[in-house]
Ligand binder design. Structure first.
Ligand code: 5CA
Length: 446
């Protein structure tokens, strides 16, 4: 993309309404614009990152054997009356009437809708196990929407639902989700720590939240410092293997890690030596639940087992805060000048800065790099504005592309361009061909 043809409404001033760094930077970098309280338009740059995150989530869900689909945002109240949650959900639920005076709602989550689909089409254990998921907008009329996309009213969530014959099979689905979530967050450049949590309105007493440590996190967290040394890495876990998924669960959840909702000071002291006890703040980027037959019993989702008897199916649900993740990644990865995108989610793979727009050699070199990067399947953002170098660098730093190639007439006389890492700030002079190879190499693993 050439910057002169793009829509990147960068703000010069720091918006006063934004209290935390990710919200400020998303507004300044022209990624989002508030439409009304807790509701945002996704401008082209923000939309691009949102799509990158969605893509990682899809790839990792499909790798784990989960099946993508799409359910609507608007739901009928009838299903929620069946489950008993229509009255329970309270003011967080946005209730709407259609022209026939029928009660509708903008879905805050989809347990009811998916259970209805399941009961309509599945009646035998032979069709199990089954895990369906979608990535869809949700609405929760939060009393205090704040921090931009971090606590929105409208937000994008991946929510998945597993259906299993019994508790053991459903717990395997739970563990499988835990593994796939660890992989997903690491691909986004994040360390998200699974912590024992509270069921809340979803229900179930077996649940973990995934928290990214950040000063601006809304939850207070208590954990054993050894946890932050754990890396999932590129290990190959067989998602069908019960012991392999179980082993990951044990490795990543055996040490003490709780949010304020479930924290137990006595257990913390008993289980963790003082030197390893940590208190910090965290951003919740996902949650997994096993809730057994809560919805299947209420809504009559039964299956015939191998012995011919009918029993309610065992279920769990699993959510990733897709839009919230943009804020969480920025909170975890930025400096004074702007965002620093991890390679896995960056909106463009590298920036090209032309130091002297209009100079024949510089223009030709930039065009050549642009074409060569594109031919390698990479997306560069070429700053081809007739601006001074300082302004171009400031824009690149703010929007946070991890790599920048700087091209100027003086370097070109020596046959070199400059490759700069946004994270380390280090620059290296090398031939345009070598710069291309380096960028291609960096992204080969992403
Ligand atoms: N049905 C279950 C799992 S599919 C569920 O709704 N879980 S949840 O309530 O924990 O939400 C899943 C994730 O969505 C959360 O971990 C959080 O990352 C994100 N989320 C929840 N509320 C908001 C909000 N108001 N704004 C942005 N993201 C949110």
């Amino acid at each position: 993309m050439r910057l002169t043809r793009y829509f990147l409404p960068v703000l010069k001033e720091t918006p006063s309404e934004a209290q935390i760094v990710s919200h400020r930077m998303m507004l300044r970098a022209g990624m989002i614009k508030q439409a009304s309280a807790g509701i945002y338009s996704w401008l082209p740059l923000g939309y691009k990152v949102l799509k990158r995150i969605e893509q990682i989530v899809h790839e990792e869900q499909i790798r784990a054997g989960h099946i993508p689909m799409l359910m609507p945002t608007l739901q009928s109240a009838d299903l929620w009356r069946e489950s008993g949650r229509y009255d329970d959900y309270g003011q967080e639920m946005l209730r709407i009437k259609d022209r026939h005076d029928r009660d509708m709602l903008y879905g805050p989550t989809n347990e009811e809708l998916i259970t209805d689909i399941f009961r309509s089409h599945v009646s035998s254990y032979k069709d199990l196990p089954l895990t369906l998921y979608h990535i869809q907008w949700k609405f929760r009329d939060e009393i205090r929407p704040r921090f931009g996309v971090m606590r929105g009213r409208e937000f994008l969530m991946k929510d998945g639902y597993n259906f299993d014959i019994d508790k053991d099979a459903a717990l395997h689905a739970y563990n499988r989700h835990l593994v796939s979530y660890l992989r997903s967050y690491e691909r986004m450049g994040l360390q998200a720590i699974p912590m024992r949590a509270d069921g809340g309105p979803i229900g179930g007493d077996y649940t973990h939240e995934f928290l990214v440590l950040a000063e601006t996190g809304e939850s207070e967290v208590f954990y054993d410092s050894e946890i932050t040394d754990l890396k999932f890495g590129d290990r190959a876990v067989d998602y069908d293997s019960v012991p392999e998924c179980q082993a990951v669960l044990e490795e990543f959840t055996s040490r003490y890690a709780r949010t304020d909702e479930t924290h137990d000071e006595a257990a913390f002291h008993a289980q963790v030596p003082e030197a390893r006890r940590r208190t910090a703040r965290g951003i919740e980027v996902g949650q997994i639940f096993y809730f057994g037959t809560k919805y299947s019993e209420a809504m009559g989702a039964n299956v015939v087992g191998p012995d011919g008897s009918r029993s309610p199916v065992h279920m769990g649900s699993h959510g990733i805060g897709v839009s919230r993740l943009l804020g969480a990644i920025i909170e975890a990865s930025h400096d004074d000048r702007g965002i620093i995108w991890p390679e896995g989610v960056t909106p463009f793979h590298c920036g090209i800065v032309n130091l002297k727009q209009g100079d024949v050699a510089a223009d030709a070199a930039c065009d050549g790099l642009y074409k060569a990067l594109t031919a390698k399947g990479l997306e560069p953002l070429y700053d081809d504005r007739a601006e001074r170098a300082g302004a171009k660098f400031a824009t690149m730093d703010l929007i946070g592309l991890p790599w920048r190639i700087t091209v100027g007439p003086r370097g070109l006389e020596k046959g070199v361009v400059e490759l700069t890492s946004r994270r380390s700030g280090e620059s290296e002079e090398l031939s345009p061909e070598a710069a291309l190879d380096r960028i291609a190499q960096i992204y080969a693993g992403h």
